[in-house]
Design a protein around this ligand. Structure first.
Ligand code: NAD
Length: 483
């Protein structure tokens, strides 16, 4: 277990060295509201050193002359180390973000799997021979690493969200500076120790944490950065895109969501209810793909909502480190206040809270919030429109399939969507008409390293996962040789 009686200290990782950093900030345990760790706050000078180290490492023979399969072997080693240290990483993530240990342990299994996938991809990135209409010319296309990557992640699922950046970057031969979120950076700073142990040359991976306006801005506008892989909210993404006007780095954005789950009256109600509950309340609703809008057909509205209320009220809230706990606290007080504010406005706009809506009485300390369901008479209720990033399900009702599609697509986001129906012809139609990067039919939240992940509209730009996303970490060079 993580020691909590003394304040622990974490270090940043720059150019193969662990450093205390000159500035610090405190990290709060969301389950108690108490400071439990001191984190190094990287300022502009630290970030500049990290980017320069990554830039030097890019062309250093210790990294640049490794074969693709040698890079793959290092990634396999990293995957094994993640698996070996899964429990420690999971406990730290739970401690620093309040995400329950059941979920962090399960997710770190995926993190190791993703690194294994990218390890296998390293020697499958291929160039081409091009059949130009010139008999005396031999033209080939090489794929080279794009350069120094700036990876920026939010506080939820930092190990997972960084694996989809670090993995492809290293498979392609890039180097990376990863900025952990200022909220809950402990697992990523600990992960740096595994990178070191795996034997990556100094400077290939650098891991810092700090505040967005200072650390994040310096990193994403740095002239030596060639690619930015950002995950976070749309407002921050706008800053990042403005920052990238400085270096014109290729930028991928994985942003927020307001994902709809459509349930038709022919659906298997029990299986739909289980998926809707897991879709919204897992990770205390703090997940980009949270199915936060239930779009339900009128005839089954009451039956489904009754099932959901029963399940929501049965969720065991508790200490996130306890394996029996099913829902932990929100990660920050800021989140707690935001959710309360949006719920107040939603009730004023006609929303009816059918369960939850406040902190559980048993938890005076920490940032706990009850699983909440809001029945909404129209889609303009704020909880239907805004990403709350918390355990709040907003319900809207439809009569026809066309209404369902209109309600589902009535958002500027477009990350994920779910459809529950036994009519597969209808399901196929909906996979075409839903405006989202992912459509799950009779399931929700399934992921795999080989399947691209990303959104439409305000949910982002570009994709992570799958082979195409790895190619985003390369650039092509056309080589013409007169023969
Ligand atoms: P956030 O946008 O506030 O912060 C994300 C990261 O950006 C942090 O590391 C932060 O320090 C950094 N940052 C802040 N200002 C910056 C600046 N000016 N320049 C560069 N970096 C800056 O997000 P959050 O509150 O930590 O996380 C929640 C958001 O992330 C939600 O909107 C959620 O939906 C989204 N998210 C998306 C995905 C996805 O894959 N689509 C996954 C998880 C979370």
């Amino acid at each position: 277990m993580v020691q909590t009686n003394t304040v622990q200290r974490f270090q940043q990782y720059i150019d193969g060295e662990f450093e205390d950093g000159s500035e610090h900030f405190d990290s709060v345990n969301p389950a108690t509201g108490e400071v439990w760790a001191r984190m190094p706050a990287a300022g502009a000078a630290d970030v500049d050193r990290a980017v320069r180290a990554a830039h030097r490492a890019l062309n250093d023979p210790a990294w640049a002359s490794l074969t693709a399969s040698a890079r793959g072997k290092l990634l396999y080693r990293l995957a094994d180390l993640v698996a070996q240290h899964a429990l420690r990483l999971a406990e730290l993530e739970t401690q620093d973000t309040g995400k329950i240990i059941r979920e962090t342990r399960a997710q770190i299994g995926y993190v190791a799997e993703y690194y294994r996938y990218y390890a296998g991809v390293a020697d499958k990135i291929q160039g081409a021979w091009l059949p130009v209409d010139k008999p005396d010319m031999e033209v080939t296309l090489r794929r080279e690493p794009v350069g120094v990557v700036a990876g920026v992640v939010p506080w939820n699922s930092q190990l997972f969200l960084s694996a989809v950046k670090v993995g492809p970057a290293l498979a392609a031969g890039c180097t990376i500076v990863l900025k952990a979120s200022e909220d809950g950076p402990a697992p990523l700073l600990e992960f740096a120790r595994l990178v070191h142990e795996a034997g990556f040359p100094a400077g290939v991976v650098n891991i810092v944490t700090g505040f967005g306006g200072d650390c994040g801005r310096t990193l994403t506008s740095h002239p030596l950065v060639s690619k930015i892989a950002f995950t976070g909210g749309p407002e921050t993404a706008r800053h990042v895109v403005r920052n990238s006007a400085e270096n014109l780095a290729a930028t991928s954005l994985e942003l927020g969501g307001k994902s709809p789950v459509l349930v038709f009256d022919d659906a298997d109600l029990d299986s739909a209810a289980n998926a809707v509950v897991a879709g919204i309340f897992a990770a205390t609703g703090q997940s980009c793909v949270a199915g936060s809008r239930l779009v339900v057909q009128r005839g089954i509205h009451d039956a489904l909502v009754a099932r959901l209320v029963a399940k929501a009220e049965a969720i065991r809230i508790g200490d996130p480190q306890d394996p029996a706990t099913e829902m932990g606290p929100l990660a920050t007080l800021r989140q707690h206040e935001h959710i309360e504010r949006v719920l107040r406005a939603s009730v004023e706009a006609g929303g009816r809270i059918v369960t939850g809506g406040q902190a559980p009485q048993a938890f005076a300390r920490g940032f706990y919030f009850r699983p909440t369901i809001v029945d909404c008479p129209h889609p303009r209720v704020p909880s239907v429109e805004q990403e709350l990033f918390g355990p709040v399900l907003s319900v809207v009702t439809f009569d026809t399939e066309a209404d369902a599609v209109a309600l589902a697509n009535d958002t500027r986001y477009g990350l994920a969507s779910g459809v529950f129906t036994r009519d597969l012809t209808r399901a196929h139609r909906l996979t075409r008409s839903l405006r989202a990067g992912i459509v799950w039919v009779n399931t929700y939240r399934a992921v795999s390293p080989i399947v691209p992940f990303g959104g439409y509209g305000l949910s982002g730009l570009g994709r992570e996962g799958g082979l195409d996303a790895v190619l985003d970490y390369t650039r092509t060079k056309s080589v013409w040789i007169r023969t």
